[in-house]
Design a protein around this ligand. Structure first.
Ligand SMILES: [Ca+2]
Ligand SMILES: [Ca+2]
Ligand SMILES: [Ca+2]
Ligand SMILES: [Ca+2]
Length: 387
């Protein structure tokens, strides 16, 4: 009896087919839009060192709610070669501890592989190259790029990631990016930063600097901007020219001298301040935070940590960095002097000191303080009445 209650008429059959078709269409659209919605932007560039399709020249990243997309542009059109495997690999530091350790520490590796017959595949591995899952690659043969979609949920779903790139063929590793510059003063584990969300600071102090006071546009500061709040100190240069992508200290060095107690008798004496901290970035490297260890005039600094730039500086006129209060203590209002130079000729630009006020107390903390005062006087008043 019950079985006969549901009779599949031709009309229901048709409706089921339409429903099925719609479901498949929706699924396809979902997959397509999951990938199509991603807009990538350039986060790093590397010189053409003559390694052809295994030579990294730029790196892009972007994301939607589901995927992180990483895209590597190479120096020439990619071709397959019988008997040769080609690899483009992205090492991913997802817990961002490379900044603190000063050594490169990655948790994941996304590897795109082109085999001898021209088939492009990709997979995600852990830090000991244990297989996690297959990934969706794109580009490859006949193009000058390779890219890969990585599910964000499988790499920790973080607001930013640090990347290092390398390429490899059957005989070994070929190119590294950022450029593995062992001649640098401190060849620490530099990397690219992929920001999934950019927190642009609202400047509390903006100070102009003359245009043309140094004849190298990327060294010519036009604005020094600062903000101090309970979470840390934001520092910004606007420059007259665009910041190069690589070249190290020969090309450009950007420095912020920070007088953390606004006291000239402590720290390195420069531009009328006593700098207790220094933030320094050589072009193509990650900004570094140092603490002053000298006698006031000696050039003596000790590295605390690498710190983040808030936006990719290469190819733009803005350098934005952030010093979290977990890495430096700002006891009073802070004074900052900006300085730019390059080691090839030591041409430089320097700014006047800029004083950043201590953060104003929030409404909540004002109410709490007022409440404590009221309770204190009330208890005093009660005591008196009792006497
Ligand atoms: Ca390269
Ligand atoms: Ca790590
Ligand atoms: Ca200037
Ligand atoms: Ca000081």
């Amino acid at each position: 009896m019950l079985r006969n209650r549901i009779t599949v008429t031709p009309r229901i059959k048709l409706e089921l087919r339409v429903l099925g078709f719609l479901l498949i269409l929706a699924l396809m659209l979902d997959i397509l839009t999951a990938n199509a919605q991603i807009t990538t932007s350039i986060i790093g560039a590397d010189p053409d060192e003559g390694f052809g399709d295994l030579d990294v020249v730029s790196v892009h990243c972007g994301n939607n709610t589901t995927y992180l997309e990483v895209n590597i542009t190479v120096a020439s059109t990619i071709t397959n070669k019988t008997g040769v495997d080609k690899y483009w690999a992205v090492q991913i530091d997802s817990d961002l501890d490379s900044a603190n350790n000063g050594t490169w520490d990655y948790e994941y590796v996304a590897v795109v592989r082109l085999n001898g017959s021209g088939v492009l595949t990709a997979a995600l591995y852990n830090s000991t190259y244990g297989y996690i899952e297959d990934l969706t690659p794109f580009g490859g043969n006949g193009t000058s790029y390779v890219g890969v979609y990585i599910p964000l949920a499988d790499i920790g779903g973080k607001p930013e990631y640090y990347f290092r790139i390398y390429t490899q063929n059957t005989s070994g590793e070929v190119d590294h990016a950022p450029l593995n510059d062992t001649s640098a003063a401190e060849p620490l584990g530099d990397y690219y930063i992929c920001h999934l969300t950019v927190k642009a600071p609202i400047w509390s102090v903006k100070q102009p600097d003359p245009i043309g006071d140094v004849n190298v546009s990327e060294l010519d500061v036009t604005w020094l901007n600062t903000t101090l709040n309970s979470s840390g100190l934001y520092l910004g240069f606007t420059l007259n020219g665009t910041i190069p992508w690589y070249g190290g200290e020969e090309t450009a060095i950007y420095e912020f001298f920070i007088d953390a107690d606004n006291n000239t008798s402590t720290g390195y004496s420069i531009g009328g301040i006593g700098a207790d901290y220094l933030v320094e970035m050589s072009v193509g490297y990650i900004p570094r935070l140092y603490e002053y260890t000298g006698n006031g005039t000696s050039w003596s600094w000790s590295l605390i940590s690498l710190i983040d730039y808030l936006k990719t500086p290469g190819g733009t006129r803005e350098l934005l960095v952030y010093v979290p209060s977990s890495k430096a203590s700002f006891s009073q209002e802070v004074a900052v002097v900006g300085y730019t130079t390059r080691s090839v000729d030591w041409l430089y630009d320097t700014t006047s000191p800029e004083v950043v006020p201590i953060p104003e107390p929030t409404i909540v903390s004002i109410i709490v303080v007022l409440a404590i005062i009221v309770v204190f006087y009330l208890s005093k008043y009660k005591k008196r009445k009792g006497e």
